[in-house]
Design a protein around this ligand. Structure first.
Ligand SMILES: [Cu+2]
Length: 293
């Protein structure tokens, strides 16, 4: 290693430390770097006024990969419950893509405030996440921060729910057949949190946690609808699983009062998806001692 290289190494290490320090400081109180999360809960007022919708259809271009059969010999109960268990990462029906998480990432309400600057109350209904036929059902789901998620096991075997968030706490728990439902919440917005099962490696789900109610998941017909949106201009993101962090498409949408903004998206194999950027870009972990300890 020559002298110049050494100098550069020292310089870049110093810069990394600085960046890390400011990143830690900045993120401390906001609780999130996730979409539509700006604003302070304490001071925020709820939105009141006319609303519209954002709706559209998500297509899959080109030939969809055929679902692959899953080998369930490791757990006879899974094969018995679901003899034709197949992968559920790409569900395409007549060219339309299911399980795409569509949400308002950011934007400005016509009244002038950012959408994240309003208070959005936590829904009182509980979102269900069932384990049935050794799949998670639904495969992709959305909740608001602090909204209850009820996790159930409808199978004659044991599951172990294990989610791997980046900003919320990691968690895993076994749930034998017949065990009561497990109730959980997320306190921080995070799109999207991968969920796996420690018993069955093919089981995957994704949970989008939002501070706002502005999200939906496409049905098998590819359709979604985001209701109750204040009139304004928004960045709408469609997220789909795949690869390390999934991929996303972005569109600017104008929502009129009492009207609907349309946002259709298309994903596809090969070139169509290579232009999308990962939505959950990980910073490379610097090999330096933690500043927090
Ligand atoms: Cu399982």
């Amino acid at each position: 290693m020559n002298k110049q290289t050494k100098v550069w190494l020292v310089l870049s290490l110093a810069l990394s430390l600085l960046a890390l320090g400011s990143a830690c400081g900045g993120a401390k109180d906001s609780g999130t770097n996730a979409p539509a999360t700006g604003g302070s809960d304490a001071a925020a007022a709820p939105y009141s006024g006319a609303t519209g919708t954002i709706a559209g259809v998500v297509s899959f271009e080109g030939t969809a990969p055929a679902p692959k059969k899953i080998d369930t010999t490791a757990d006879a109960a899974c094969g018995k419950a679901n003899p034709n268990l197949t992968t559920d990462d790409t569900i395409v029906t007549d060219g339309k893509l299911a399980n795409v998480f569509v949400y308002i990432k950011e934007g400005t309400v016509d009244a002038g405030k950012k959408i994240g600057e309003y208070a959005w109350s936590t829904p009182s209904n509980t979102v269900q996440l069932d384990q049935r036929g050794c799949h998670y059902n639904p495969h992709v789901l959305g909740v608001q921060t602090n909204q209850k998620i009820s996790i159930t096991n409808s199978d004659q075997t044991q599951h172990n729910i294990h989610w791997i968030p980046k900003t919320n706490p990691e968690w895993n728990q076994s749930q034998p057949n017949g065990a009561p439902a497990i109730e959980k919440t997320f306190t921080r917005a995070e799109v999207l949190i991968p969920v796996k099962c420690n018993q069955h490696p093919w089981m995957k789900a994704y949970i989008g946690v939002m501070r706002t109610p502005f999200f939906d998941v496409t049905e098998t017909n590819g359709a979604y609808e985001i209701k109750g949106v204040p009139p304004g201009k928004y960045t709408v993101v469609a997220w789909r699983e795949g690869g390390t962090n999934g991929s996303e498409k972005t569109m600017e949408v104008t929502v009129p009062a009492n009207g609907s903004g349309k946002a259709d998206f298309a994903f596809g194999g090969g070139a169509a998806t290579s232009s999308t950027k990962p939505s959950l870009t990980m910073m490379p972990a610097p090999e330096i001692p933690s500043l927090h300890k």
